[in-house]
Design a protein around this ligand. Sequence first.
Ligand SMILES: NC(=O)c1ccc[n+]([C@@H]2O[C@H](COP(=O)([O-])OP(=O)(O)OC[C@H]3O[C@@H](n4cnc5c(N)ncnc54)[C@H](O)[C@@H]3O)[C@@H](O)[C@H]2O)c1
Length: 273
Amino acid sequence: MSTRESPDRDVQSDSRLTDRHVVVTGAAQGIGRGIAVRCARAGADVSVFDVDTETAAETASLVRETGSEAIVVEVDVADGDSVDDGVETAVDELGPVHGVVNNAGVQRSVPLLETTEAEWDRHFAVNAKGPFLVSKRVATQMIDDGIEGSIVNVSSVGAERPFRGQGAYGASKASVLALTTVLAKELSDHGITANAIKPGTVRTPMVDEWLEERAEQQDTTPEEVLSDSLDTHILDRAAQPVEIGHMVVLLLSAEGEWITGESIAVDGGYLKA
Ligand SMILES: NC(=O)c1ccc[n+]([C@@H]2O[C@H](COP(=O)([O-])OP(=O)(O)OC[C@H]3O[C@@H](n4cnc5c(N)ncnc54)[C@H](O)[C@@H]3O)[C@@H](O)[C@H]2O)c1
């Protein structure tokens, strides 16, 4: 077991995102909440986009506790009108957007031969079309406002090394990597960068549901599934959401200005194990 078990211990705050406005989708809980609060600790004001506004309000409170501003915006990233309205509200309330994190996602663990067309389409609507719609709207806004901003897409190690049952999920996350490359190329003339992060196992409500589903399919317990899953990471522990937030802050800050078109694994070594 690694001794580096308290990832939050050294990093409480910094000023790398002072005076910036960051939009985080799917920020009501899990990784999105961790990213939102970590960005706020770096000085950013945060627009919390989610379909679940009640839970999103808790994230907004945590952001405000850092001294930053936060608003909750009800947005379904799979719906273009909802995205357009949401970005308009965010700009009206907190000013020009400097960074956007496409984090909202869904996952079901279903063998491909049992995956319905509706399940396949849902994964692609939220996980693939969502980042396209949000990036298109925010990048257009950045160009209009003369902002040289950054886009971060949360893909997954499942884009490259999916588990059984991650057919629709892995395929939708792989498409995010191609989207990121093209965004980086097409937006470079406007000074906008685009990168993807591939998290390994992070303890969130999504992973807890995945553990339950896999356990039922394998006739075992969620604890066993988690233990097997962590055996496939070089660092044999799950991450905390803030550890994805650390990489997001780097990519959104001046320190990340020369990084674009990249997909970065933040995965405890899963893709190399
Ligand atoms: N947890 C992990 O181990 C892990 C690993 C790799 C990648 N990821 C990715 O990280 C992201 C966050 O995952 P998580 O584990 O925190 O998930 P989660 O289910 O805990 O949280 C996802 C959030 O997205 C929101 N959301 C879902 N559909 C939406 C929509 N259509 N519009 C707006 N918001 C929507 C949910 O309400 C929720 O708040 C996802 O894209 C996921 O695929 C997670």
